[in-house]
Design a protein around this ligand. Sequence first.
Ligand code: PGA
Length: 243
Amino acid sequence: MRIIVCKNYEDMSRAAAKLVASQITLKPDCVLGFATGSTPIGLYKELCAMYGRGEIDFSAVTSFNLDEYYPIRKSNPESYDYFMKDNLFSKVNIPSENIHIPDGETEVPEIECLNYEKVIESCGGIDLQILGIGVNGHIGFNEPDINLSTKTHVTELSQSTIDANSRFFDSEDEVPRKAITMGVSTILKSKKIVLLASGKNKHAVIKELLDEKVNTNVPATLLNVHRDVTIICDEEAYYGDDI
Ligand code: PGA
């Protein structure tokens, strides 16, 4: 596992954007895995700026998002569908038919999950997966548990995630209780993984991730079995109160 410690959130976002841009330069028709949440917003802003300057071209890129609340309307500003359009897809030239986000509107989520796996496979797998990390160690919506699901599945959100994400909704009651998420092996099958973390509240979980142990109660620690993971974090996430 490689770690890049950046001075602050802006530097972290720029470093991540450089890695994504290099991936696109190396393989213009690459498959990118995108994440949502507050952490990657700066990365998407930077990618939009690079696209605006003619430094990257998304015309042959395919994308898969990690997860989506379930159920949720795509028109809901808190849906990840809306988030991705707002922060990235409406501002760069990625073809809409190349974009994949689990369908929060489906009436048959189990079929949606099976199809999602199949489409990832048929595109040749994910070249570079971007991840955030929950304060509870979740990746995607793979919440701490004794058993983790390996493939894309419907999951119940943990109370800690409901609490953490209630800041995006008018009230905690409005946070959907379920989600469709890639499973841990869907994520681990990605050829490269870049995990972003910013802020003191991520310090404890980053420390645990760097402890080189695997513990399903901190799902991100499973990344220790992958051979190409880069953590990009800011000094607050890395040092916590010791800055
Ligand atoms: P955050 O969420 O970026 O909003 O902190 C990360 C996550 O829950 O994976």
